[in-house]
Design a protein around this ligand. Structure first.
Ligand code: CTP
Length: 410
């Protein structure tokens, strides 16, 4: 969920062009517009003709405090709505909701309404938040269009899963306004003239908890939120690295410029990480991977009996140790979350898994650990320890990225 102050600091005075297309999710655009206005941004709304059937121009004009734009010119006086100057005005162009139709037109360069001509002339970052029925979203045509747009640098805020307007349930409902606002806030907080110190480097980040199925209903997992790994992936990408984020299930938005591979179990994460490592320059192992998984997964729901239940577990493969064994001169950074004898445990993991350095956090430190936005860590390598103060996870990510830059420069 976006923190109002953090989003506000990033968005005050920024110019956001909000494109609305003809989807039932258009009602969420009202909330999005309000979030941005409250954060101090200027919002100019562009709608497709069909979008007016879903949300009225009056609603959007009232919320954005600007007349909304739909047509190429004003039929009353013939004045042109210049898509070129709109594109120049905007710091970011966010199309939310983006229908399958609009995404297809964007991918192929069709320019039959003002929203699309503005896309073709926009020089600012473009973000789309797809919204459609699950089958339309899953269709190869839509997926191909999304890949085309992503390859051209369009940022995609993935839709969520849940009940859809059709009555069906699945992936396709537009991301919530708070998530889109946070994504755009992060995008606009990237320094404009940042140095791309990691460009040309391919990095893998593993993040989040794995899920080990017991039966079709139950699983074994842990409390990892994935926030630290997502912050690292975002930081590395903002410095120009080509980042593959191998992620357990989370509700976090994919950071701008990051390619995410979704996995569930430790075995799936192992396969994805080993494959991606082949062409990588380094990996940051931030995931909380299950060390044990049920020896067998019941195909049907297990029924309770009168007595105790025993589930036999077997060891999973250690992904970090595997990458450590194959690493050569690539970089490998590990994490250790400990509750006691912290430094000794972290030192032993550093050696066993062949890490270049390990990021230790202790559950005994206030502000460290699972769900929060802060972390208190110590970096340990073969030359010693560096204890950092309590920082936000984004700041910790920046310190990790600084070290990675230093190691690449050796
Ligand atoms: N790790 C991994 N694959 C596993 C287990 C752990 O990649 N199957 C990685 C984690 O992402 C982290 C580091 O290894 O970078 C943690 O080391 P580990 O010794 O496995 O930590 P724990 O699982 O917490 O071990 P223990 O239960 O012994 O403390």
């Amino acid at each position: 969920m976006a923190s109002a102050t953090a989003t506000g600091q990033r968005l005050a005075g920024r110019h956001i062009l909000l494109g609305i297309t003809g989807s039932i999710a258009a009602y969420k655009a009202a909330m999005l517009c309000r979030l941005w206005k409250t954060a101090g941004a200027e919002v100019q709304v562009v709608m497709t003709p069909l979008a007016k059937q879903f949300i009225t121009p009056l609603t959007m004009a009232t919320l954005s405090k600007r007349p909304i734009l739909v047509e190429f010119f004003n039929p009353e006086n013939g004045a042109w709505n210049s898509h070129v100057s709109l594109g120049e005005w905007a710091d970011c162009y966010v199309i939310a909701p983006a229908t399958a139709n609009t995404l297809a037109k964007m991918a192929t360069g069709v320019a039959d309404n003002l929203l699309l001509t503005t896309y073709l002339s926009a020089r600012c970052p473009v973000v789309v938040a797809p919204a459609m029925d699950l089958d339309m979203y899953a269709h190869e045509a839509t997926q191909q269009n999304l890949r085309t747009l992503a390859a051209r640098g369009v940022r995609i805020v993935e839709p969520g899963e849940g009940e859809l307007a059709s009555g069906l349930s699945g992936k396709g409902r537009m991301a919530e306004p708070e998530e889109i606002a946070e994504f755009v806030g992060q995008l606009l907080s990237e320094p404009k003239e940042e140095k791309k110190t990691l460009s040309g480097k391919r990095m893998i980040v593993t993040a989040g908890a794995t899920i080990e199925a017991i039966d079709p209903v139950r699983f074994i997992s842990n409390h990892s939120s994935g926030k630290m790994g997502y912050a690292i992936a975002g930081e590395l990408a903002s410095r120009g690295a080509d980042v593959t984020l191998i992620s357990g299930r989370t509700a976090l938005p994919v950071p701008p410029g990051v390619e995410r591979v979704d996995v569930l179990s430790a075995a799936e994460m192992y396969e994805a990480a080993v494959k991606a490592f082949d062409t990588a320059d380094g990996a940051v192992m931030c995931a909380a991977v299950a060390d044990y998984t049920p020896e067998s997964v019941s195909a049907t729901k297990l029924k309770k009996g009168d007595g105790e239940m025993c589930i036999r577990l077997r060891r999973t493969r250690d992904i970090a140790a595997e990458l450590g064994a194959r690493k050569g001169n690539r970089l490998l950074i590990g994490f250790a979350l400990e509750t006691d004898d912290e430094e000794a445990h972290a030192q032993s993991k550093l050696e066993k898994k062949n890490f270049d350095f390990i990021v230790l956090n202790s559950l005994r430190d206030a502000g460290a650990g699972f769900r929060g936005d802060t972390n208190k860590v110590t970096f340990i390598d073969r030359s010693g320890c560096e204890e950092l103060p309590l920082l936000t996870k984004r700041e910790v990510a920046a310190r990790i990225a600084d070290r990675i830059e230093g190691l690449f420069a050796r």
